[in-house]
Design a protein around this ligand. Structure first.
Ligand code: PDD
Length: 283
């Protein structure tokens, strides 16, 4: 498989990053994950807009979007089955420089840019029908979660805790309210009103979250962007996750409490609408 690293398409085995890379040393980098549906990049422009916001937030130069799109297309064409589903990963770090916390002096390094596209299996129908079990964990992440940084250790630890408890994933709870999951946003549905945490420093503003809010509006579903508690989540009619690879994924239980409708009509409708939208792909 070919990957893109610093301006070159090379075999995966030859793609090597320096031991001085600041992404490796400090988590000093940002990333995006884009869902590829049969050669089409889902919501590429929204992902690029978020990438530029993340880069600006950590004071890295703007990325060349035309070049990234050109490379993305080459990588998709290189897939063994380009008409299936795939995941595109893009990471940009501050580059390699002998270890020191401060930024490298101007002109001494350039960002490391990595992109790959790998096939992904579609989420099993059965998983959508049954819903997934979740646990809750304290959200002890930093206060700039809106930046899509590769510094994901709290997310990794929370996911591992969920797996150890036999759950699929963890829902973060900060100051008594639900923020999001380890790599997805969280929605609840009560009397056909959709609720998800408002945009703030404490959630990653998901592209799928934004798309689902638009799809809900098109379905004339009311949307409420006010924070909700774990108790409200547990008492909701439906609870689901949204994310690039997660799509719209129903939740069946939280800390062992069963959700009323483990795979409810609203989640299933929105998942269908998301799949319809994926097939209109522009890129
Ligand atoms: N994660 N919240 C967090 C913390 C995330 O890491 C993600 C995505 C989301 C959902 O965002 P989107 O709908 O734009 O994918 C919410 C990616 C997929 C990942 O880390 O693999």
């Amino acid at each position: 498989m070919q990957v893109y690293l610093n301006g070159r398409l090379i075999p995966e085995e030859q793609a090597v990053v320096s031991i001085d890379d600041r992404g490796f040393l400090f988590g000093d980098g940002v990333y995006e994950v884009v869902h590829v549906y049969g050669r089409s990049l889902f919501e590429w422009d929204l992902h690029m807009a978020r990438l530029q916001r993340s880069l600006a937030a950590i004071k890295l130069p703007t990325a060349d979007q035309d070049e990234l799109l050109r490379v993305a297309r080459l990588l998709i064409d290189d897939l063994a089955s380009p008409d299936g589903e795939a995941s595109l990963y893009l990471e940009i770090t501050r580059g390699a420089h002998p270890r020191a916390h401060g930024f490298p002096p101007p002109g001494t390094t350039s960002p490391t840019i990595l992109m790959w596209v790998r096939p992904v299996a579609p989420i099993a129908q059965e998983t959508v029908q049954q819903g997934v079990p979740m646990i809750t964990v304290a959200d002890d992440r930093w206060a700039k979660v809106w930046i899509k940084t590769v510094g994901l250790l709290p997310n990794v630890l929370a996911k591992e805790k969920a797996h150890a408890a036999g759950a699929f994933d963890a829902v973060f709870v900060r100051d008594g309210v639900v923020t999001e999951a380890t790599s997805a946003n969280v929605f609840i549905v009560q009397n056909r009103v959709l609720r998800t945490a408002p945009s703030s420093n404490y959630i990653l503003s998901g592209i799928t979250r934004q798309v689902v809010l638009e799809l809900a509006e098109a379905r004339k579903l009311a949307v409420d962007l006010t924070p909700f508690s774990v108790e409200e989540m547990v008492a909701a009619d439906e609870v689901f996750l949204t994310g690039t690879l997660t799509e719209v994924l129903p939740i069946r239980s939280i800390d062992g409490h069963q959700v009323k409708e483990p795979s409810g009509p609203v989640a299933r409708q929105l998942l269908n609408d998301l799949h319809d939208r994926a097939s209109w792909g522009k890129h």
